[in-house]
Write a protein that binds this ligand. Structure first.
Ligand SMILES: [Zn+2]
Ligand SMILES: [Zn+2]
Length: 356
């Protein structure tokens, strides 16, 4: 069967290769993969910056954003039937079974010895048949068969937003009205839709024109689109209740610090390179203290966010029919994987590889 693999640490070693089908253990689902999404993490792995093969394996199968159907189930598996639509979560707990991993919070693992499908020590889903522990798989309604591959990127936002709300509401009376989303890639667009679902006034900033697909999708949710080329980020208002930084750009992340209002929260979900030599740390820290502001970092997501995200995808489909589908701007068969893994044109949002 076909698999998209890399030799971790070797730049541009990505290839389509014939591999043996996986043999599921008694607690595992055998999955017929329908689609995998491609994101910046995949491109970093392809560039050789990141990624780790399973112990003893000469390669790593890519793919952590997936949508599959159950093909078969091991003896211990409960609650799944062949043919059901599922998304497997990405991270599995550490061998030490730390406090958070044993509490169902492997996304908050303390040791760093966790594994991740398609990223770190576990093969991913970019293959015809894959496997997952059934306790880490979430069922999807058939109505999401087109867009379920967006669940994993949505869970990044579900966690960041829900943790921001939890911390804010536990430290004071907090009724947020206005949110600013920086970036209109898949994460920024899904954040915009999620915050609009909950009725917030949302502005979303990116560098594309007002006629671009990204701008249109933002506006269809009722959010305001801001073209950063015309309205630079430092000229924006500085009284946002919640700022969600989803560009992954270090200079923009530093500017984001100054945009939250008194008692506001800035939630960072990007991976930031050390490209900025200096910044006025004293001013930033004083601003943080004097405004009772909260800077919150958030990565990965556990099963609870996948369950909540599934419900929110259904709500988004009902509220804005067809919107999510338009975020998938490229769909290619495995043989044309290079088109999905190389950066797309101006209008690209999410590229997916369709296996079946
Ligand atoms: Zn991803
Ligand atoms: Zn752990």
């Amino acid at each position: 069967m076909r698999a998209i693999v890399v030799t971790p640490g070797t730049k541009d070693s990505i290839r389509l290769q014939e591999v043996d089908p996986p043999a599921p253990a008694s607690n595992e689902l055998l999955l017929r993969v329908l689609r995998v999404g491609v994101c910046g993490t995949d491109r970093d792995i392809v560039a050789g910056d990141y990624g780790q093969a399973p112990p003893g394996a000469p390669y790593l199968v890519l793919g952590h954003e997936s949508l599959s159907r159950v093909e078969a189930a091991g003896d211990e598996v409960r609650g799944f039937r062949p043919g059901e639509l599922v998304v497997a979560t990405v991270r599995r707990g550490c061998p030490e079974n730390c406090l958070n991993c044993r509490s169902g919070e492997s996304d908050m693992c303390l040791t760093g010895h966790y594994t991740e499908h398609g990223i770190k020590g576990l093969h991913g889903f970019a293959r015809d048949l894959a496997i997952s522990d059934y306790r880490f798989a979430v069922k999807m309604p058939e109505s999401l068969s087109e867009v379920g591959v967006l669940l994993e990127p949505l869970t990044i936002v579900e966690k960041g937003v829900s943790q921001s709300f939890k911390v804010q509401q536990s430290r004071m009376a907090w009724k947020p009205r206005q949110a600013l989303v920086l970036g209109a890639g898949p994460v920024g667009l899904l954040a915009t839709a999620l915050l609009r679902l909950d009725g917030m006034e949302v502005s979303t900033v990116a560098t594309r024109s007002e006629e671009s697909l990204k701008a249109k999708l933002v506006e269809e949710t009722g959010a305001k689109y801001v073209n950063a080329k015309k309205t630079p980020i430092p000229t924006l208002a500085t009284n946002w209740d919640l700022v969600l930084e989803a560009t992954g750009s270090t200079p923009i992340a530093l500017e984001a610090e100054n945009l939250a209002g008194v008692n506001g929260v800035v939630c960072y979900v990007g991976i930031y390179r050390s490209e900025v030599e200096t910044s006025n740390v004293g001013v930033s820290l004083t601003n943080l203290v004097l405004g009772n502001r909260l800077f919150l970092g958030s990565v990965n997501a556990n099963k609870t966010y996948f369950e909540r995200g599934t419900e929110d995808l259904v709500r988004m489909e009902q509220k804005w029919p067809g919107l999510l589908k338009r975020m998938v701007t490229k769909k290619v068969p495995p043989e044309r994987f290079t088109e999905a893994y190389s950066p797309g044109d101006e209008e690209e949002i999410k590229a997916v590889v369709q296996f079946s």
